[in-house]
Design a protein around this ligand. Structure first.
Ligand code: AKB
Length: 321
């Protein structure tokens, strides 16, 4: 069997920092190249092969792929929803530009007889205010109100096009909010659901930038990493959706996660000071129908709200004092 050589861009990000070790465990630490932008995180320095460089530079990426005989790319680089609203030009340039580059490099290599498999993350941000918000279906209205969402819809259509026109094997998930303790998220709208744990552990209080009653679909990182790898390992005949799959685990609003935290930290109090991110959250689904992912490649989540909160407090509690 041919050895997989994997490249992960955005390796220092919330998902990248957990996907890289998971892939290294599976495929060997010398077969997973982590691409960092400027610096290598301390605990990653000796953990496996890594490269520092600019993911927006097409020549650099192409050289990297060719030199190391990369067979699979997890292209995670991206500017998230809230940061994207503060700098829409940057979000467009990074999110669309790097995706198009990676697809074109894969297309060129395919012409030379070298197949590259690609994972690219979409998001619930692909939906918008005109989308049905409860149990949002796989196929529905996609009219997002953020630049991040615009890049997700355009990206989904692009990867579908490259699959159909050039037979590239590109797979994608519409991630909900991801909750994790190893690396904090940055620049997202669902970030409150991670920040709340830092508030609870450090000060026993948290002021949420989203209002009470704001339901959003969420998932624990362990589930998100497993979903990503399972999707990539599924037999290609099972992947019937080549835009991006809806996936979800739980939906909750700030009061509900606060109540669950209170079961562990009785003094914990939540308060509310909604900002510009409220409008973004109000345009996104409250819950997601992920029955296509469940039927096609057997997606199942393992963590509900209670398990997630207890695991977060245990793990984050050991590093945050
Ligand atoms: C964000 O809040 O921007 C991200 C996402 C849902 O894609 N976490």
């Amino acid at each position: 069997m041919k050895t997989e050589k994997i490249l992960v861009s955005g390796a220092a990000g919330q998902i990248g920092s957990e996907l890289v070790p998971a892939l290294r465990q599976k495929y060997g630490k010398d077969n997973v190249f982590a691409l960092y932008h400027r610096t290598v995180p301390k605990d990653a320095a000796n953990a496996g092969v890594h490269v520092i460089g600019d993911a927006t530079n097409k020549d650099f990426i192409e050289k990297l792929i060719r030199e190391h005989g990369i067979t699979t790319i997890y292209h995670l680089v991206g500017v998230l929803s809230a940061k994207g609203e503060q700098d829409p030009d940057l979000a467009y340039a990074v999110n669309m530009g790097t995706l198009k580059n990676v697809l074109d490099i894969a297309r060129q290599l395919k012409n030379e007889g070298k197949e590259i498999k690609i994972f690219w993350p979409s998001s619930i941000a692909a939906f918008g205010p005109t989308t049905p918000r409860d149990k949002t279906p796989q196929r529905t209205i996609l009219e997002p109100s953020t630049m991040y969402g615009v890049t997700k819809v355009a990206g989904e259509l692009l990867v579908n096009y490259y699959f159909r026109k050039y037979a590239l094997d590109i797979r994608s998930l519409r991630y909900p909010g991801i909750i994790s303790w190893k690396t904090p998220p940055g620049g997202g709208t669902t970030d409150y659901a991670v920040e709340i744990f830092y508030g609870a552990l450090k000060e026993k209080k948290y002021t949420s930038f989203l209002n009470a009653g704001t339901y959003l679909p969420m998932m624990y990182m362990d589930d998100a990493i497993r979903a990503t790898i399972e999707l990539m390992e599924a037999d290609s005949s099972k992947i019937r959706i080549r835009t991006s799959y809806n996936i979800t685990a739980v939906s909750f609003e700030p009061e509900e996660i606060a109540r669950e935290i209170k079961k562990h930290i009785a003094e914990f109090e939540i308060s509310y000071k909604p900002d510009f991110r409220q409008q973004i959250a109000d345009s996104w689904p409250k819950s997601i129908d992920d029955s296509s992912a469940r039927a096609d490649w057997n997606w199942r989540h393992h963590f509900g709200l209670a398990e997630m909160v207890s695991d977060m407090l245990k793990n984050l509690g050991s590093i945050v004092k």
